[in-house]
Write a new protein. Structure first.
Length: 402
């Protein structure tokens, strides 16, 4: 009997171990050799040898991913894994976060319009660094998550509520439990109403959706029923998305993430860039949203030619090219570095440093005018002029684009 059990575990090991490696590699981490035995034993307790041998590789990877994301499995492998590459908030995550900061009202108009009449957006305060202090020992709350305190009319009075927001660029089945954990920690510290929001920006069409609730019960007795607002952008048809809110700049910022035929990618990119240019309030928002579009949709050489042909036919061609130039001249790199520093220094201070670095980079390139750099970064004209003087840079008042 013992010999048969050992044989089963060896067969299981041969079938399952390579797939576990594949899952971890995709996530940028490696498992130490001494971590396999307890992890495989845990998987074996939840999935039989028969299932492991009979299931297709695709099904098995999906099933293993579910097991590995469970709290019990995480406790096992988190002790014996190490990053293959140092993980950090990506440009893509940062763009979504900055979009929320710059266009909070437009975000609610786009995704939660029924709440807009009750929210006093001018009172919004981003308290993101509190997430780091609340969850300082965990890796789940990244620089890209947001915590907002804002006033809202509830009944006949104005009350401060909190908005917990996160963006996910890939499907994760453990998200409901993780959001509930975040909700509980924030509520424990602040004792306020919390609205949790999770936006999934992954490009896949889900066959099995991620749950928007996390429930507990014991023999029919409901212990907990937790819900959060789940946004899955890919579920929306592109044309319907535009038709619904054609004057909202976020319609065009998130357009590349909606559902449309693959051959329409250049057309969607052009609609997104032109729409951002037409509907954004200022140059800073234009630059941020155009950068988000560029991160969301990477065109190949042939698609880029089609895109340029479409854009060239539009009267706003020059404005769109200038918009792309501002983005390309280092705004996103400087902002990203500043936000990375913000993890240690406080997010607000880090973002401010990022903007300063961007302004310095643009001045050194001597391509934009002081006025355009002011609009692109959000700094006052006199600040940019004084910065140029400090850096001993002579810059023309008129930009020269090739």
């Amino acid at each position: 009997m013992i010999e048969k059990e050992l044989y089963s575990k060896e067969m299981y090991d041969v079938r399952v171990r390579p797939l576990i490696d594949k899952i971890f590699k995709k996530r940028g981490i490696s498992l130490d050799p001494d971590g396999y035995e307890p992890l495989l034993a845990h998987c074996f307790s939840l999935m039989s040898l028969k299932e492991a041998l009979s299931a297709s590789e695709k099904h098995l990877i999906y099933r293993l991913a579910e097991i590995l994301e469970s709290p019990d499995a995480c406790q096992i492998w988190s002790k014996t894994t190490k990053p293959i590459v140092q993980l950090k908030a990506s440009k893509y995550d940062i763009r979504h976060k900055e979009t929320l900061r710059l266009c909070l009202k437009e975000y609610f108009q786009r995704w939660l319009p029924w709440l807009v009449p009750y929210i006093k957006f001018e009172t919004a305060e981003f308290k993101d660094k509190e997430l780091i202090s609340i969850f300082e020992d965990e890796d789940t709350h990244r620089i890209a998550d947001a915590l907002i305190v804002i006033e809202m009319t509830i009944g006949q009075t104005n009350e401060c509520i909190m908005i917990y927001w996160e963006q996910e660029s890939e499907k994760k089945t453990h998200v409901p439990e993780r959001v509930f954990h975040a909700f509980s920690g924030i509520y424990f510290h602040h004792r306020k109403i919390i609205l949790p929001i999770v936006m999934f920006t992954d490009p896949a069409k889900w066959e099995v959706p991620v749950a928007s609730n996390f429930n507990m019960e014991l023999h029919g007795f409901s212990i907990n029923s937790f819900n959060y607002h789940l946004i899955k952008v890919k579920d929306i048809k592109a044309e319907e998305f535009i038709h619904d809110q054609p004057d909202n700049p976020l319609t065009y910022a998130y357009l590349p993430l909606t559902d449309y035929p693959k051959e329409k990618r250049p057309e969607i990119m052009a609609k997104a860039m032109l729409g951002i240019n037409q509907t954004s309030k200022n140059e800073r928002i234009k630059a941020t949203l155009s950068s988000l579009v560029s991160q969301s949709m990477k065109l190949d050489m042939e698609e880029r030619k089609q895109y340029d042909t479409i854009i060239a036919q539009q009267s706003l061609f020059k404005e769109v090219k200038m918009l792309e130039s501002i983005k390309d001249l280092g705004r996103e790199e400087g902002l990203e570095e500043g936000m990375e520093k913000g993890r240690e220094e406080g997010l607000e201070e880090g973002m401010e440093k990022g903007r300063e670095e961007v302004a310095s980079n643009l001045l050194k390139l001597k391509v934009l005018s002081i006025d355009q750099i002011s609009k692109a970064t959000g700094f006052a004209y006199d600040y940019i002029r004084n910065l140029a003087h400090k850096l001993n840079i002579q810059i023309d008042s008129t930009p020269s684009f090739a």
